[in-house]
Write a protein that binds this ligand. Structure first.
Ligand SMILES: C[S@@+](CC[C@H](N)C(=O)[O-])C[C@H]1O[C@@H](n2cnc3c(N)ncnc32)[C@H](O)[C@@H]1O
Length: 240
């Protein structure tokens, strides 16, 4: 089968949000388009402007964020199935951002945007409080070695930021095939009054029996590795 044509930067640009400030990522950034940021709150040398979701998507629809979208399968299927919701994918590796973004562009999706950056940095600096209706974290890198665990995206600080950016009634959804990391993530969230556990499950089905929502979920099911999944509701309690 022939490889699809590589999309041009112009074709991909509408799907990519550029951060306004230098941050820890593996790629250099270009300036953010003016229409995608809130009023010039950063122009006086103050903190960088927060994302204005309405300007970024061109509508006031609810926004869901996926952290570490990888090749973008979850966003591809979910955004196509739910056109009345906006989806923002954060991915630290540029080649995956490009891969996923090309899929969204080829499908002609209008309700997805992406950024190449560290999700912890984006949450901390650019996402307005109470502005998001769901945060999805699926199969985050486990960083197995003890000395690398500090690189994990799901930390107490990240969970606190997730609580801050979620609107009351919003949801935090996590899944992984690494039991230890699931325990760590669930333990962090259970310790925050800002979240109430809605559902937790372990499933061992094959691809045919259980299906899959992401690339890594498919790999886990093909290997027969159990998948741990949990969903939490944002309560009315303060975030921190
Ligand atoms: C194991 S893959 C899972 C990809 C996808 N969620 C899935 O389930 O198929 C983890 C992804 O998270 C990305 N990632 C790791 N740390 C990140 C961070 N701090 N911010 C954003 N993305 C991150 C990785 O580059 C990788 O694409």
């Amino acid at each position: 089968m022939r490889k699809p044509r590589r999309l041009t930067p112009e074709e991909l640009a509408p799907y990519q949000w550029q951060m306004p400030a230098a941050r820890p990522s593996r790629e250099r950034e270009r300036p953010v388009p003016a229409e995608a940021v809130a009023d010039a709150s950063g122009s006086d040398g103050g903190p960088p402007p927060l994302i204005d979701w309405g300007a970024l998507f061109g509508n006031p629809n609810p926004v869901e964020v996926e952290v570490g979208m990888g090749k973008g399968l979850f966003l591809l299927t979910t955004a196509a199935a739910r056109p009345g919701t906006n989806f923002f994918g954060i991915e630290i590796v540029r080649k995956y951002q490009l891969y996923a973004t090309s899929r969204f562009a080829r499908r002609g999706l209008t309700n997805v945007r992406t950024v190449c950056a560290d999700a912890k940095w984006v949450f901390r600096n650019f996402v307005p409080a109470g502005s998001v209706s769901a945060v999805h974290v699926y199969f985050p890198d486990p960083w197995w070695k003890a000395r690398h665990k500090k690189r994990r995206v799901f930390t107490p600080g990240f969970a606190a930021d997730a609580a801050r950016v979620l609107a009351p009634g919003g949801r935090l959804l996590i899944a992984t095939d690494v039991e230890e990391y699931f325990g760590v993530m669930a333990g962090i969230v259970r310790g925050l009054p800002a979240f109430r556990e809605r559902r937790t499950e372990t499933s061992t089905g094959t691809v045919e029996e259980a299906g899959y929502e992401t690339n890594f979920e498919r790999k886990a099911r093909q290997k027969g590795t159990p998948v741990w999944r949990a969903e939490f509701d944002r309560t009315d309690e303060p975030a921190g």
